[in-house]
Design a protein around this ligand. Structure first.
Ligand SMILES: [Zn+2]
Length: 64
């Protein structure tokens, strides 16, 4: 029995996002960039709901 543990996945971070409520739409955005309570999807104009996504930590230009 072998393990796949020697793969080296990129570190991921769970961040808070807005997700489009439309199932047909893939629109979403980081909550960091928006402080509005009722967010509208930039792609379709649908309302958005709070959610979470796993995003890769690397290549973040806004690193402190
Ligand atoms: Zn949308």
């Amino acid at each position: 029995m072998y393990s796949k543990k020697n793969q080296d996945p990129l570190p991921k971070e769970e961040i808070e996002v807005w997700e489009c409520e439309s199932e047909a739409c893939i629109g979403w955005m980081r909550k960091n960039f928006s402080y509005e309570v009722n967010q509208k999807c930039p792609l379709c104009g649908h309302t958005m709901k709070a959610g979470k996504r796993l995003l890769e930590k690397s290549s973040n230009p806004h690193k402190r």
